[in-house]
Design a protein around this ligand. Structure first.
Ligand SMILES: NC(=O)c1ccc[n+]([C@@H]2O[C@H](COP(=O)([O-])OP(=O)(O)OC[C@H]3O[C@@H](n4cnc5c(N)ncnc54)[C@H](O)[C@@H]3O)[C@@H](O)[C@H]2O)c1
Ligand SMILES: CC(C)[C@H](C(=O)O)[C@@H](O)C(=O)O
Ligand SMILES: [Mg+2]
Length: 345
């Protein structure tokens, strides 16, 4: 039986273009011969906005829906006012396609740089809520631009939204050997949202007697990410805390150039979207210094999601092998070539 993958590709801005090219190279090398890969590239991001004023049209959203998955590079450029592309494109996609599970795994790969003493055995996954919290755009400003300006950015937390992501995190914890789930929030101060999260965490936990649970305030969690990262297995947290914690996780496990993510719609009603955790890195765009590994590992998450577990594992193994021998001076292209060769060889 012939199989096929319909993949939408959004290279985006800055290094997004460079790393996505390498991700596609490795995807092509990893797929079995009988799998037909159909890609459709979308010209979205700063260039398009300057040319047309558009970020993402309804017609494009409809067309993107008609795919098995989306691969995204990065969005954002200094020439565009902050927030226009981030909200009008990236968050619009996450919200429209109900990507409520933002999955961000962290592993300390061999031979990577880490500021951590003793190279602890780090292998955890952050389940970041992806559709609520302070990201919903619930706010505004009064007397804008005056000395009396007041601005609000109200975090939205619904029992429905919290319960579904917490349940997903319990399922993931239950299927991993250590079966441990940590809730990270700030319920000593954010008592309304914090208690909603904690109550639902405890209620759903009663259905998972084999999962050990823990709670940390987000400030304390940042301590343990650095001093005791091996204590974590699965972490569930809100949209903003998850954003911040996963850049920190990347920094202690080999660098932001290795951190992969999946924006998952578990129901399958909409395509899930895979992207590196990092942004468009305007400071290194066009220099060949961008590490494409985060995108390539995001391709592995994409394959895993579509049921190609062996191919995903081959990519992960190729990354681990490559890192043990990697020469720091290698370019974006050279890393992509080396990984594609390992995966197909
Ligand atoms: N998912 C996304 O599309 C996404 C994620 C984060 C930031 N952004 C956007 O990207 C733009 C730049 O944001 P920023 O500078 O805060 O974050 P960034 O992640 O782009 O860069 C932070 C630092 O990490 C480095 N870096 C990032 N990716 C790297 C890679 N693959 N290899 C080597 N070094 C890498 C950069 O050079 C920079 O020094 C902003 O417009 C921001 O909104 C987009
Ligand atoms: C660009 C921005 C909207 C985005 C986020 O905050 O989610 C980014 O930082 C990320 O981590 O994917
Ligand atoms: Mg981020």
């Amino acid at each position: 039986m012939s199989r096929s993958i319909r993949l939408a590709v959004i290279p985006g801005d800055g290094i997004g273009q460079e790393v996505v090219a390498q991700g596609l190279k490795v995807l092509g090398a990893a797929l079995p011969q009988d799998v037909k890969l159909e890609t459709k590239s979308y010209d979205l991001g700063a260039r398009r906005w300057h040319a047309t004023g558009e970020t993402l049209t309804d017609a494009e959203l409809e067309s993107l829906k008609d795919h098995d998955a989306i691969l995204l590079g990065a969005i954002g450029d200094p020439s565009v006012p902050s927030g226009v592309l981030e909200r009008g494109l990236l968050l619009k996609l996450r919200f429209a396609f109900d990507h409520y599970v933002n999955l961000r795994p962290s592993k300390l790969f061999p031979n990577t740089t880490t500021p951590l003493a003793g190279r602890p055995d780090i292998d955890f996954v952050v389940v970041r809520e992806g559709t609520e919290g302070p990201y919903v755009g619930n706010g505004g400003s009064l007397r804008t631009g005056t000395p009396a300006e007041v601005a609000t950015e109200v975090s939205l937390n619904t029992a429905y939204g919290v319960e579904r992501v917490v349940r997903d995190a319990y399922e993931r914890a239950n299927s991993r050997p250590r079966k441990k789930l940590t809730l990270v929030h700030k319920n000593n101060v954010l008592v309304h949202a914090g208690h909603l999260w904690k109550n639902i965490f405890d209620k759903v936990g009663a259905e998972y007697p084999d999962v050990t649970t823990d709670y940390l305030h987000v400030d304390a969690a940042t301590i343990f990410f650095v001093t005791q990262p091996e204590r974590f297995d699965v972490i569930v947290t809100d949209n903003l805390f998850g954003d911040i914690l996963t850049d920190l996780a990347a920094a202690v496990t080999g660098g932001i150039g290795l951190a992969a993510s999946g924006n998952i719609n578990p129901s399958g009603a909409f395509p899930s979207m895979f992207e590196p955790v990092h942004g468009s890195a305007p400071d290194i765009a066009g220099t060949g210094k961008a590490d494409p590994t985060a995108t390539i590992l995001s391709v592995a998450l994409l394959l895993q999601h579509l049921g190609y577990a062996d191919e995903a594992a081959r990519i992960e193994a190729a990354v681990a092998e490559d890192l043990t021998e990697r020469d720091a001076a290698r370019t974006t292209d050279e890393i992509g070539d080396a990984l594609a060769a390992r995966v197909s060889g």
